[in-house]
Design a binder for this molecule. Structure first.
Ligand SMILES: [Zn+2]
Length: 58
């Protein structure tokens, strides 16, 4: 099963993600599909990890 976060990251890299807002050093900023709160955004790490404890220390 394809990971939704990785799929969105791949779309950003292919310039096909209409919700993409900005690229930061370690992450991408995208508008959330659900805009219950106007401007609600999500930060996607450039390298996706399913859980915080899986992140490398550096
Ligand atoms: Zn993933």
């Amino acid at each position: 099963m394809e990971c939704l976060a990785c799929s969105r990251i791949d779309m950003i890299r292919a310039n096909r993600n209409d919700f993409f807002l900005a690229e930061l050093r370690e992450s991408y900023v995208v508008l959330a599909a659900n805009q219950r709160y106007y401007g609600y955004s999500i930060l996607l790490l450039k390298e996706h990890y399913e859980h915080l404890h899986m992140l490398p220390r550096e």
